[in-house]
Design a protein around this ligand. Sequence first.
Ligand SMILES: [Zn+2]
Length: 213
Amino acid sequence: MQLVLIGPPGAGKGTIAARLAARFGLVHLSTGDLLREASAAGTPLGEKTKAYVDAGRLVPQEILGEVVAERVRGERAFVLDGYPRTVEQAEFLAALPAVGIAGALYVAVPEGEIVRRLAARVVCASCGAVGETAVENAACPKCGGTAWEPRPDDRPETVAERYAVYMQDTAPVIDYYRDRGLLVEIDGKGDREEVWARVEAAVAALAGDDDNG
Ligand SMILES: [Zn+2]
């Protein structure tokens, strides 16, 4: 089964993708990881990618497409996290040999809830690990540090702006999958376990359809 995972920043996509991978035997492909892997691989494509990643620049669409194409080749079951971000990318993905997206899961979370969730995040001042404000008096699980600070990116006005940009960019991709009958909209409100239960049920239903078809 091949899935695409869509959702605004703060929707918990990384965690959901990892749990989907474990539960349904899928390979979790996140674009961040793919770019890091490619950069480390030392291939001609990797060298091109590395130049952008090292410079902290956005990797151009053609290179990102090649990286995704190379990685999904021969992978029968995956959940793609962070791609496609545009209709052009969705079309590129659909045209790859042996790619047949069974469903595009869209985790819908209202802006107000995203702002609340992200405002509750802190990062470890020494190693950058992300925690929740509840851990504020505890030691960092990664490095043992005890100083936590808010992330500048998580200020309400910054979050609102990121959310608006994300929705503007992603709305056409959501429509693209809806038009093709592939969109699976998940109510992303509530706590992590509630959302996961909805995701799991939706994907189990898809997997059933996949087996029968
Ligand atoms: Zn730390």
